[in-house]
Ligand binder design. Structure first.
Ligand code: HEC
Length: 449
């Protein structure tokens, strides 16, 4: 795992002390009852446990051993843990980053090559910390949510056509609150059929009494972990707000069950953790929002059978911003995405993020560490690109003979990304730039411990 600032469920880097000994140690010391078991417990067991979302459990040597060759294969190709984000391109300090360190990968591969030894039975590892799959992902760090907003309940067929539901629910907000973290969680079997669940905030217009859209609350799509809003900004859920759910269900999508059966009582829940009341009153707190940035007009998107497509879109702001997170969105043909910033004054383009091996199974919100999140002056241009592969080489492609158009069904394609943005003014921007410069200078002087 790359970043010490990871969710508690996946984290706890007891590894650091051991890493300093490095690979200089002979490989026969790489045993399950030691370094290898620790890597697996810290990075894999969160999903690979009885009842977890991984297809097999890795809770003990006996469970891991038969899978050793496949573990080596999937880890070396960086397919596991499932977090596709290119190495060495753009910002690498992400919050909630599941990627392994190069050194951890080398050790797993070397261990498998050496026959995946268990090591001394006397040194058996303590049982891994297991997280209840039904538990909120942030529970270890933040406790239970301050507010849970469930959708209505539906019974839907386990296989069939796409279904949508749009509905309002009242979270009964009695004061404005700033969101600290948010997770959307399909309850139980609903995880198998909910492709995405967007929630937006609506407010009543005092004159007309009609509900009007205020902004986005959060976006969920399969495989998404949750969103942590960086400290020092306020993403508001206002007093009196109504929440609109927009849920896209894809019967038979993932983990399909037998045709003819029903998946009952599908409910999706939003868990919200708030800052203390009045958090936004401090003048150093800027507004943050999450919004969808269209890349190309959906109606223009056409992908030929056995062909490829690429879309490109541009956005700029009349005020400085900090870009806090990036989450590309697409369906079964989309296989890559990138984000760059173009500076018209210098003609320079800066790479921010690239995902060359994108898959709709895992919609990650790549959250930039606030210390390195791009600070973007007014007028600079965000360049969003997405790529599509409608050939038989794309393992997710259900049918390369089809023309694919822009649309909402899982077999259609989409071209947009979700960005969380803190909207600054010139003063706030300059302050953040100056703070960063100071930190860099301190680090250069070697005094930044
Ligand atoms: C966030 C959840 C998650 C984490 C973390 C995770 N896995 Fe997985 N893993 C899955 C899921 C879901 C699948 C099945 C889908 C797939 O194969 O991509 C899977 C599949 C696999 C497979 C392939 C099984 C097959 O039949 O092809 C292997 C091997 C594997 N994981 C190993 C690991 C290892 C090793 C780690 C830790 C270094 C890890 N995984 C971390 C969720 C996870």
């Amino acid at each position: 795992m790359r970043n010490a600032k990871t969710w508690a469920g996946l984290a706890s880097l007891t590894l650091l002390g051991i890493q300093s000994q490095g690979l200089a140690q002979s490989h026969d010391e790489l045993v399950y009852n030691g370094e290898i078991g620790r890597i697996i417990n810290e990075n894999c067991v969160v999903c690979h446990q009885e009842g977890g979302i991984g297809p097999m459990a890795f809770e003990s040597y006996d469970q891991v051993r038969p899978w050793a060759p496949l573990i080596s294969y999937r880890v070396e190709r960086r397919e596991m843990p499932p977090y596709a984000y290119d190495q060495h391109i753009g910002i690498q300090d992400l919050i909630g980053d599941w990627r392994l360190e190069d050194e951890e990968i080398d050790k797993l591969v070397a261990w498998v090559e050496a026959g995946a030894p268990m090591g001394d039975p006397e040194n058996e590892l303590p049982a891994p910390d297991l997280k209840d799959p039904a538990e909120w992902n942030f529970a270890a760090e933040l406790g239970q949510p301050d507010l849970i907003v469930p959708s209505n309940s539906y019974d839907i067929p386990a296989s069939g056509n796409d279904l949508w539901s749009n509905e309002f629910v009242d979270p009964k907000m009695t004061a404005d609150r700033c969101i600290k973290a948010v997770q959307v969680k399909p309850r139980g079997d609903a995880a198998a059929v909910v492709h995405h669940a967007n929630s937006s905030v609506w407010m009543e217009n005092e004159d007309t009494g009609e509900l009007e859209r205020y902004g986005m609350l959060t976006e969920y799509a399969m495989g998404k972990w949750g969103e942590m809003v960086p400290a020092g900004v306020c993403r508001t859920l206002p007093e009196g707000a109504m929440i609109q759910w927009s849920i896209h269900m894809y019967p038979g999508g993932v983990g399909a069950t037998a045709p003819g059966t029903m998946i009952e009582d599908n409910v999706v829940e939003i868990g919200l953790w708030f800052h203390e009341e009045g958090y936004e009153e401090d003048e150093s707190i800027y507004k943050q929002d999450l919004a969808l940035y269209q890349i190309e007009d959906q109606d223009d998107l056409i992908i030929p059978p056995h062909g490829y497509q690429m879309t490109q879109g541009f956005h700029s702001f009349d005020h400085p911003i900090r870009l806090d997170s990036f989450q590309p969105h697409g369906h079964l043909r989309m296989n890559a995405a990138s984000l760059e910033v173009f500076y018209p004054e210098t003609g320079r383009t800066e790479e921010i993020s690239q995902i060359s091996n994108w898959s709709a199974t895992w919609h990650h919100s790549h959250i930039y560490d606030p210390d390195v999140a791009p600070l973007i002056p007014a007028g600079a241009v965000l360049v969003l690109k997405q790529w599509y592969d409608n050939t038989a080489d794309n393992p997710n492609n259900p049918d390369p003979d089809q023309w694919v158009y822009g649309g909402s069904r899982t077999g259609d394609e989409m071209t947009h990304a979700w960005l969380a943005i803190t909207h600054l003014d010139q003063e706030g921007y300059e302050k953040l730039v100056a703070e960063r410069r100071e930190r860099e200078q301190r680090a250069l002087a070697g005094s930044d411990d």
